[in-house]
Design a binder for this molecule. Structure first.
Ligand code: HH2
Length: 275
């Protein structure tokens, strides 16, 4: 039986992104070859990632989904080669999760928060795996078309609370679940900033929070390029450090060393305040 998530992965823990896709927004096509993806994953662990998050389907704004067969064909050889390393699988499909867990993955990172595939909760529960539930308004194809909220923080909070209850009633232990506000998933720059500024309100849900800001376009846009499709590493690091201070536990990033160093420094500073 796995220990509670916060025991297995103390704060802060970095997830290194491994996109085995032709079309991810910041590194599409770079790691489609299994050897390239495996080398990237090993490098992430050497640089201090607590987990590598392997995904075979892009969820960038505007993207169409891929079939389970296609997704499996992309990730299976990578997962098979990474057995023994701490792996999370970025998927919404039960079939892909089942195979990944059989190959040793410990976490399922589901950007649909169990709304994409009715069988996914059972697969996660039966395996006793960890689960990340992510807030997304709409679906990747349309999510950035004029997203609106009355109060983005309370709506995201209510959604995550509801999805956590759904997971628990489907047999997934609450202590194995983390929650993610889903930066960029149906949010304007202002929505993302408000979620980050008020992250303590989401931390009050009592489950570890995962934040994925790395290279996202809102960072490039807030720095003055209204057409940016990615954001700089430095801006992602700033977000990670501030999110850590506001209670976040997990950081899903492409540039592992920079984040590990920055978060270790932030931890030392915050720790010295309470010493
Ligand atoms: N963001 C992306 C993908 N998966 N999972 C979680 N939990 N949180 C996130 O913020 C998140 C995520 C999008 O980033 P990336 O994987 O780099 O791009 P793409 O979806 O284009 O493959």
């Amino acid at each position: 039986m796995r220990p509670p998530l916060e025991q297995a992965f103390p704060r802060p823990s970095v997830l290194g992104v491994v996109n085995v896709t032709p079309d991810s927004f910041s590194d599409g096509g770079e790691f489609l070859r299994p050897e390239a993806a495996v080398a990237l994953a090993r490098g992430h662990v050497e640089e201090g990632a607590a987990l590598v998050d392997v995904g075979g389907e892009s969820t960038r704004p505007g993207s169409e989904g891929v079939s389970a067969e296609e997704e499996l064909a992309r990730v299976e050889p990578v997962l098979a080669a990474l057995q023994g390393l701490p792996v999370s699988v970025d998927t919404s499909k039960a079939e892909v999760a089942r195979r990944a867990l059989a190959l040793g993955a410990v976490m399922v990172n589901d950007v649909t928060a169990l709304r994409g595939d009715p069988e996914l909760a059972g697969v996660v529960g039966d395996a006793g795996a960890y689960l990340c539930l992510v807030h997304m308004l709409g679906e990747p194809r349309t999510m950035q078309h004029d997203p609106r909220y009355d109060d983005v923080v309370s709506e995201v909070k209510a959604f995550l609370e509801d999805r956590l209850a759904v997971a628990v009633s489907a047999g997934i232990a609450e202590e194995r679940v983390c929650l993610d506000p889903g930066l960029g998933f149906g949010k304007t720059v202002a929505h993302n900033l408000e979620l980050l500024a008020r992250l303590d309100e989401l931390a009050a849900l009592g489950r570890p929070l995962l934040v994925g800001a790395s290279r996202k376009r809102f960072l490039g846009r807030l720095l003055g390029d209204p057409k940016a499709l990615t954001g700089p590493v430095s801006a992602g690091v700033a977000v990670a450090v501030l999110a850590y201070e506001r209670g976040a536990s997990f950081f899903r990033v492409h540039d592992v060393r920079e984040h590990v160093d920055a978060l270790a420094t932030a931890r030392a500073v915050v720790g010295s305040e309470v010493a």
